[in-house]
Design a protein around this ligand. Structure first.
Ligand code: SAH
Length: 342
């Protein structure tokens, strides 16, 4: 297979131009065609000579995803199943919010984390997505809908910090003002809690929002939901979070999926308050989405509201995440890797 030119940032392209005997400024032109103009074909790069286009075509492609299916929810959320061109498929979701259009991207084909409540668990892990493949999810939806997407969340299939380098490269591609020009503050990254990578991320000094999938405030409960807790327990996780906040001065968002009679009673809320007291944070309460054969069921609305009100009364800012796309299996934790039959 040819190399995906979307894996190259501007500096990589400049080096490439020098290697193939071209002027470095060509890199900027090509970069703009790819990430700003969102072309699907080298022939559309009208200010590039035929000779250079031929050179590019010989070694590279633009890795344009095919849309296998597109489903639309009654709330306007759209779920795409993309053919990533190697026989695998991944899902991405487009959501409409008051503050703009948000895409939820996948970072891996499958996931190794094994969270008990998540639909990405139970399907085998295949491979990491490359930076170009992560960004192509946004470009493909922008082309299909003829829109500009303003926000991106790394909350689809996969654990972004388990694919650290490619995710960092994708963030750089998204940020570049000559291309997509999406500011880091419009990007959120969610992790199940890979502690060493949280330290590494803190040292990058990015302005992205970090979300931590916490879901329980005691090790016993968290380990029963998330195997990663057996490796990095809550104490280690919170230490890393405090480091992150100190380094970046950014508020962390803790995600807490409420499952009936599991982690949704007042004692759980009390434990959570104790854990987060004094931490610069926000709690995002997610009504858990039941997955096929899953043992966790959604909390009652009454319990969710009580939980939120208790946190707020103790000075922990908590909001309930609006559920989008659950009727098309596009809500949190419902995305799965799918096979393409070729
Ligand atoms: N691996 C990363 C990114 C996935 S993000 C992470 O774990 O953070 C998806 C978010 O949805 C995470 O907070 C995840 O814990 C949560 N989630 C997974 N399954 C869910 C479900 N069935 N209902 C509600 N939230 C779920």
């Amino acid at each position: 297979m040819k190399k995906n030119i979307k894996d190259y940032n501007l500096d990589n392209l400049k080096n490439l131009m020098v290697e193939i005997g071209e002027k470095p400024y060509r890199a900027e032109q090509i970069f703009q065609w790819i990430f700003k103009e969102n072309v699907t074909n080298f022939d559309d790069m009208t200010n590039i000579s035929k000779e250079l286009k031929d050179k590019l075509k010989e070694k590279f492609d633009l890795h344009v995803f095919n849309i296998i299916t597109k489903q639309e929810s009654k709330d306007g959320t759209k779920k795409y199943l993309f053919d990533v061109l190697d026989g695998n498929a991944i899902e991405s979701v487009l959501m409409e919010y008051k503050h703009g259009k948000t895409i939820c991207v996948s970072t891996q084909i499958g996931c190794k984390m094994g969270c008990k409540f998540c639909a990405s668990t139970g399907v085998p892990f295949i491979r990491n997505l490359t930076a170009g493949e992560i960004v192509e999810q946004l470009l493909a939806i922008e082309r299909d809908e003829n829109i500009k997407i303003s926000n991106l969340v790394f909350m689809g299939i996969g654990e972004p910090l388990d694919n650290y380098d490619n995710v960092m490269q994708a963030i750089k591609l998204l940020n570049n003002q000559k291309g997509i020009n999406m500011g880091a503050r419009h990007i959120s990254l969610s992790t199940s809690g890979l502690v060493p990578k949280i330290y590494k991320l803190a040292d990058e000094n990015l302005q992205c929002t970090l979300s931590i999938s916490l879901h329980a405030a005691s090790d016993k409960k968290r380990s029963s939901m998330m195997p990663v807790n057996d490796v990095y327990n809550i104490e280690k996780l919170m230490e890393a979070c405090r480091y992150y906040i100190e380094k970046t001065n950014r508020r962390i968002s803790f995600e807490y999926a409420l499952a009936k009679e599991n982690n949704d009673n007042l004692d759980d809320a009390k434990e959570l308050v104790k854990l987060l007291k004094g931490v610069l944070c926000h709690v995002n309460l997610i009504p858990i989405n039941k997955i096929e054969n899953g043992k966790f069921a959604k909390s009652t609305n009454e319990n969710i509201i009580k939980f939120r009100d208790y946190l707020n009364s103790k000075g922990i800012v908590a909001t309930i995440r609006r559920e989008l796309g659950s009727d098309i299996d596009a809500a949190c934790g419902q995305l799965r890797k799918k096979e393409v039959n070729k």
